[in-house]
Design a protein around this ligand. Sequence first.
Ligand code: PLP
Length: 452
Amino acid sequence: MTTQSAPAGGPGLAQRRRLVTPIPGPRSQELLARRTAAVARGVSNTLPVFITAAGGGVLVDADGNSLIDFGSGIAVTSVGNAAPRVAARVQEQVAQFTHTCFMVTPYEGYVAVCEALNRLTPGTHEKRSALFNSGAEAVENAVKIARHATGRQAVVAFEHAYHGRTNLTMALTAKNMPYKDKFGPFAGEVYRMPMAYPLRWPGGPAACAGEAFETVARGIHTQVGEENVAAVIIEPIQGEGGFVVPPEGFLPKLADYCRQHGILFIADEIQSGFCRTGDWFACDHEGVVPDLVTTAKGIAGGMPLAAVTGRAEIMDAVHSGGLGGTYGGNPVACAGALGAIETMEAEDLPQRARRIGDIMLPRLRKLAETYPLIVDVRGRGAMIAVELADPDTLEPDPAATQQVAHACHIAGLMVLTCGTYGNVLRFLPPLVIGEDLLEEGLSILEDAFAGL
Ligand SMILES: *Cc1c(COP(=O)(O)O)cnc(C)c1O
């Protein structure tokens, strides 16, 4: 079989949906057979089309199909795939030097990324940052720093939380399948509290913020003891757990409570950060200022990079040599981050994210009027989801969710699912997607619901 010559990626790629074979096509199926023989089964694929180029709002596969991208590789390529500023800086850096280990001999790119993080994350206080390779590693380090700085051990996480797949972050993650099943024993001193989930709060959405906060405060008091808690960690909009948006007031109350008790407030902005929700960080929406912020995903246009940013006195509490890693803040990844951040500022991507939300939300709300199994439309900016359940009982409907996702996939629209109950369709388009493609993607979704 001949290999199709792939077009170059980036925004120059034709911004259109085009299907020339069934999905997945013969070339992808051939690669899938090799994949199955060579790659561990535990690493799954949402949609087995093998990508050869991507850019703007499209993914091009090995059969020459062009799909609309509503996933951004899980909220990573917010600036677009192969974004010009990212590609240029990465190419320049990779030809200069690829690695020294920042802990051995430093370089400017690492410092520049930390400066940008200190400037852009919530709050005007003095900050420090440290760089790592993955979101899970950033969360692990945030917990290490919080324990060291407070001299306390307990960490409080929430129902529906997702913080990663390493041992400590599995302990922080709420959902068993597929993330934790038979991978224990898990790290200790992790306590789980109810999440302010308006749709499913027993007392109803209006009571959710106040009641959820009281439940959490009481739970910490009775089960852990405030003085034993190093940190509370929360996603300001939950990601894998179902794009749960806490009601207004919940996060500010929680942050105030932490401050009163000497507990550090860690915002895990790995999915919600870097312009995704229409603000630079989701915490900005209610003016919440965390003590520590974890970032990754959207930070570097697809290069593997993650960070912990926090109050200078907390970050600097750790002794010299206490934090690090061989590759953390790799110079090529840092170049990617500087290109991505420059793009977000130059193209005002928070504004683009808000515009995407303004287009998507009304059409999805209209869809929910037609299909009562859409029991909730939620999210902010370009982090939007619909939850599918029985409208009377709220019994989750993961089967219909899978069916809609599959119908979208074979029609050439990349969508992702999520949720503790697997009944949430989530939409994370690149922030640079064209409005025509966005509207076309929504039409495909409407057709998918019509086909249920
Ligand atoms: C993806 C994610 C992580 C883990 O990041 P990895 O880079 O996959 O380790 C942690 N927290 C949140 C909120 C995430 O969405």
